[in-house]
Design a binder for this molecule. Structure first.
Ligand code: FHN
Length: 391
């Protein structure tokens, strides 16, 4: 497949940060709280009057993400609850009408520009708040909306919002989600994608619909699993296209801030995911769910800092590489003639590897011998991932 310069940039970037933040964060029970707890709009809407986020500092977020080695950020401009984290002209249900009263997307875009990170905007096509999101789909039955909205009017609304996001914030791309709520509905994808590319010709469009990519999409998304695996709650297609690939992953088991969720993956596990997604020729989009005050919980901030330390030492095996293979105990990436063998599991110190004779040297301080495509490790290093470079 012939890739565009934007797609090549994306494939070289390899690592991004996903941010789920909105008025749902106030309830500290994840981004599905409105649906899961059957909260009607009349009870949910007043949350916006409590959204102060007094410690919201986009510059600090972006400095942390840059320090983590991320090359881009994907932010939830609107999630399923319909609340807009930007200054939309098409609704009053937005962050500029809260005690915080600031254009979060605008400020984040500026901070990203200052630090040289690119910004993608996540946009939920599913909307539990809009009166015209009708007939209802698999979710949102408890919002207490009047029956009988006008679907065409909802399409106009959501495509209109994506247009204003494209014109006013010029993101590097869009990350759509929620179509799976009404899988057989007409979402006017062709018009949507054409509109975006007419305003931003180089924009990268991805859609988390869990199906084979549609024409007009520029990268393929996998959720909570490696490409080709079915993965999380909503099953991914196992079809892997030729498009650039991205795997999105939670650090614990929640996208939005959830103070009950202490299932934080270890740094070692997160690095293993980074190495395996790279071996699968995919990017990793690692999620944070800031707290209602706008800060990022320390369990997640410290893990990002550790990943950054690792990437400053071994980033050559990740950035600007393409995936070769993922095996049980190791992954392989390559850049031009150079290959990187990254051992993710140290169970066996004898590994059959796809190299016969090679100028192999290690980036990590392990002791090894290679003979006849068999690697004998006599002493492991203390590094979580062993890296051998083949030139
Ligand atoms: O329902 C959403 C969920 O809240 C979150 O945004 C994830 C991120 O990939 N996508 C959906 C679940 O597939």
């Amino acid at each position: 497949m012939k890739y565009t310069p934007s797609q090549l940039w994306f494939m070289d970037a390899k690592f991004g940060i996903f941010i789920h933040w909105g008025i749902y964060s106030l309830l500290k029970r994840g981004e599905w709280v409105m649906h899961n707890e059957k909260i009607p709009i009349s009870k949910y809407e007043p949350l916006k009057d409590m959204f102060e986020a007094s410690l919201f500092e986009p510059q600090e977020w972006v400095e942390l993400f840059k320090d983590a080695g991320a090359r881009y950020v994907t932010f939830t401009s609107k999630h399923h609850d319909g609340f807009c984290m930007y200054d939309s002209a098409l609704t009053e249900y937005k962050v500029t009408n809260t005690p915080l009263g600031r254009d979060v997307v605008g400020e984040l875009r500026d901070a990203c520009n200052d630090e040289g990170l690119k910004l993608f905007l996540y946009y939920s096509q599913l909307d539990w708040h809009h009166p015209d999101y009708y007939p209802l789909g698999r979710t949102g039955q408890y919002a207490g909306r009047v029956e009988g909205g006008d679907w065409e009017r909802y399409l106009e609304y959501y495509i209109g919002q994506v247009r204003e996001l494209a014109v006013n914030y010029k993101p590097v791309g869009f990350w759509f989600d929620g179509m799976w709520d009404k899988p057989d509905a007409d979402w006017k994808l062709h018009d949507l994608y054409q509109m975006i590319h007419s305003i931003l010709p180089n924009a990268l469009i991805g859609n988390n619909h869990h199906r084979k990519p549609y024409p007009g999409e520029d990268f393929q998304i996998f959720e909570q699993s490696l490409p080709g695996e079915e993965g999380g709650v909503i099953k991914n297609t196992t079809y892997i296209s030729d498009l650039p690939l991205e795997t999105c992953l939670t650090i614990n088991n929640s996208w939005g801030y959830n103070e009950q969720d202490h299932q934080h993956k270890s740094v070692e596990k997160l690095l293993e995911y980074l190495v395996k997604t790279a071996g699968m020729n995919s990017n990793l989009l690692l999620n944070v769910g800031p707290r209602p005050d706008g800060t990022i919980q320390k369990e997640h901030a410290t893990r990002l800092i550790r990943i950054g330390e690792w990437l400053r030492k071994y980033g050559e095996a990740i950035y600007r590489t393409r995936g070769v293979s993922v095996e049980e105990n190791y992954s392989v990436t390559r850049r031009d003639e150079v290959q990187y063998l990254m051992i993710t599991t140290k169970e066996s110190n004898v590994l059959k590897v796809p190299f016969k004779y090679a100028r192999l040297h290690s980036l990590t301080p392990l002791k090894f011998e290679l003979s006849n495509s068999v690697l004998y490790i006599s002493e492991w290093s203390k590094e979580p991932i062993e890296i051998l470079k083949l030139e």
